[in-house]
Write a protein that binds this ligand. Sequence first.
Ligand code: ATP
Ligand code: MG
Ligand code: FE
Length: 348
Amino acid sequence: MIILGFESSCDETGVAAVSTQRGLLAHALHSQIAMHQEYGGVVPELASRDHIRRVLPLAAEVLRKAGLSFADLDAVAYTAGPGLAGALLVGASVAQAFAWARGLPAIPIHHLEGHLLSPLLSEPRPEFPFIALLVSGGHTQLMRVGGVGDYELLGETLDDAAGEAFDKTAKLLGLGYPGGPALSRLAEQGDPARYKLPRPMLHSGDLDFSFSGLKTAVLTRSKSLQAEPGGMSEQARADLAAGTEAAIVDVLAGKALAALKQTGLNRLVVAGGVGANRHLRRRLEQALQARGGRVYFPPLELCTDNGAMIAFAAALRVQAGLADLSGTGHAFTVHPRWDLQDVCARAA
Ligand code: ATP
Ligand code: MG
Ligand code: FE
């Protein structure tokens, strides 16, 4: 079965073709980062309009790269939420239009399920069950994943997400948007031990997170550095960036290991944009090796939003018998706020 998937929940337009037998056939992506940069964050209306401009050329590109025509498609999939309502509606409407035109089933996908299952696009593929550390721009969650559609939330952030912590502290340090990659680059030149920063909730005894206190600590520290004669030096900025990254990585790694201990599992899957962070990757690789386990990541370019993870999640749901393939109703909806538990197969 060949599925064409669409992602448009935020500021990336992604399209991909996945075969249930052969895996990912082709994908194409357009990031709106440059467009939103001058506003310091995503402008929803601009995002929706740009998705409209990009989505059809990207679909054509994917079909061309995969050597497919519309007649080869067996189903379409789209991100139905969570995300920006207007942005979601673009991918959903285009997917539905394809479905109606060709009499295909359209499979709505939860964006986080896409992130969560994306490490299964890499080799070696993790076996179920595993612990998933989902660290994106909007979410920080630890989950026990028993199988496709079997997601048990073990803990999550009480305030900012890990990606948000990167983005907001980067902004404080005068780095661009999105801040994660920029902060991480600056941190390479810094000394993580120079400024003492908090590791919020690291020893709280549960699997929840909190990052807003860290942001405040960085703000206070950078204000006092700026107030010094000559302002904040380049080296001080790099040291503060390194300290921030180290604090976030310490907390994420500490809690992920606690989740493994608590569940007795030895496989950790990391998904979401912050999973691209090199320090986090290295730290978790070392930690899992030390306990005879293994950590799995999505392919680097599929850590942030993309269409491949959406088409792929749809393929896995089809294989697990969890997708409604019965037909093409004329009503569809998007869910700007949507709990992952709502797409779980298990009765709560
Ligand atoms: P969600 O999936 O929760 O709706 P999102 O789709 O905006 O949020 P992603 O696209 O998964 O999030 O990830 C984007 C986030 O990842 C941003 O906050 C960005 O700063 C962060 N990020 C990307 N690369 C890195 C990196 N190398 N180091 C740290 N953070 C990074
Ligand atoms: Mg994004
Ligand atoms: Fe995302």
